[in-house]
Design a binder for this molecule. Structure first.
Ligand code: NI
Length: 177
């Protein structure tokens, strides 16, 4: 078990495009994914990208169990996604609040494609091909943005809808991507 420090906005590594994974099912890749899982669980996150713990590789994890404390968020199965390719399936855009473990204590309103196909590989090299919508699609876009060096504040259109979580949503417990 290894909980890693999560880099915070301002660190140049978060702005750097990540390299594709070339070899699957290696001890180094399994260790990276275990560290990401431990770190995400420790921080109660909904997703994490490898660059956030200082590894500039195209690896993301995400997953979210239905929780009565977060009634708006749908369940998302735990997924390891490597070398992802995203394809929007319609022009439809949805806006919703996002947070990020690299931007702690803040929330912003972010437009995302509502319907999305994502392809890639798991840690063993098995192909993944999924079609998702709503919160699931949002989480995938947020995590995969990290692999391009994009943090959610760079997607905000209306900065009046960006602020500190405890001021925007007093008394509520929120999840971070
Ligand atoms: Ni994030």
């Amino acid at each position: 078990m290894a909980i890693k420090p999560v880099l915070r906005m301002g660190d140049p590594l978060l702005l750097q495009p990540a390299e594709p994974v070339e070899r699957f099912d290696t001890p180094a890749l399994h260790t990276l994914i275990k560290d990401m899982q431990d770190t995400m669980a420790h921080l109660s996150g909904a997703g994490l990208a490898a660059p956030q713990i200082g590894e500039s590789l195209q690896v993301v994890i995400f997953g979210f169990e239905k929780n009565p404390r977060y009634p708006r968020a749908q369940e998302v199965p735990f997924t390891v996604l490597i070398n992802p390719q995203l394809t929007p399936l319609s022009e439809a855009i949805e806006e919703d609040w996002e947070g990020c473990l690299s931007v702690p204590g803040m929330r912003g309103m972010v437009p995302r494609f509502a319907h999305l196909r994502y392809q890639g590989y798991d840690q063993y090299g098995n192909a993944i091909d999924c079609t998702v919508s709503e919160f699931h699609a949002r989480v995938v876009q947020h995590e995969c943005d990290h692999l391009q060096g994009i943090l959610y504040p760079m997607r905000i259109k209306d900065f009046r809808k960006f602020g500190f979580t405890d001021v925007l949503f007093p008394g509520q417990v929120m999840i971070d991507d």
